[in-house]
Design a protein around this ligand. Structure first.
Ligand SMILES: [Zn+2]
Length: 232
């Protein structure tokens, strides 16, 4: 009886010490981060990105640059996206995206549901796939898809990206805005269709041009993102 009692006491004491030490450490790290940056962004949001290479897609290097540009857009508003994983792979989804009468009959769903959720999903991370453009009617189309994570808690999104259109017009900026828009949904933002257009406008890509030097993020969008990420 005495032996068993001692073992139980030692185990309980050991647990208590490590638990207290862990609490002190987590409080110390919380204090260090919370004291220096606003509380809603005390932790950076981890980002996992995969670039699927295919016809007219970005190169691996261009994909990394695109993510750096997206990070810069959010960093200006003190929203930190921490790129934890970047994969560059040959497109494993062979079937082509197609445009149909009711929208895009596409492979975006496959990426959301099979690629990320199936085997590459980290809860609380934001997952984004950069896909080749959609080829339709001799044009290259850019689109995107995302779940609004404050509702679903499902932070996966996709966007198409390319450097130039089929007519040779620049499309890199559009590709950056498409990715930033979808990642905005993963941060909890909804569409903001007020004008002048901002990143979360439902048709944001129509407003991208060479002169407006990226689209800004609206105050309403920032408020939503901050509210959403406060409880993260
Ligand atoms: Zn949207």
């Amino acid at each position: 009886m005495i032996y068993r009692f001692n073992v139980g006491w030692v185990a309980a004491r050991f647990y208590q010490v490590t638990f207290m030490r862990r609490m002190m450490l987590s409080f110390a790290s919380w204090f260090l981060t919370a004291a220096t940056i606003p509380p809603c962004y005390a932790r950076p949001t981890n980002l996992s990105v995969v670039l699927a290479k295919g016809p007219y897609s970005l190169t691996c290097q261009q994909g990394r640059q695109l993510i750096r540009d997206v990070q810069a857009i959010y960093a200006r508003e003190n929203i930190k996206l921490n790129l934890r994983r970047f994969r560059c792979i040959a497109n494993p989804k062979k079937s082509r995206d197609r445009l149909t009468g009711h929208g895009i009959d596409n492979t975006h769903w496959w990426w959301d549901e099979e690629y990320f959720v199936g085997k590459n999903y980290r809860p609380r991370w934001i997952h984004h796939a950069i896909l080749p453009p959609i080829q339709h009617d001799n044009s290259l189309w850019l689109a995107g898809q995302a779940y609004q994570s404050c509702i679903s808690g499902h932070k996966v999104s996709t966007s198409n990206a390319t450097i130039v259109s089929a007519l040779g017009e620049p499309r890199y900026r559009h590709s950056v805005i498409a990715a930033a828009h979808e990642i905005g949904h993963s941060l909890g933002a909804d569409h903001d269709n007020s004008l002048p257009a901002t990143i979360m406008h439902g048709a944001a890509l129509q407003y991208v041009n060479l002169w407006n030097n990226w689209l800004p993020i609206s105050q309403a969008t920032l408020t939503t993102i901050r509210q959403c990420n406060r409880g993260r």
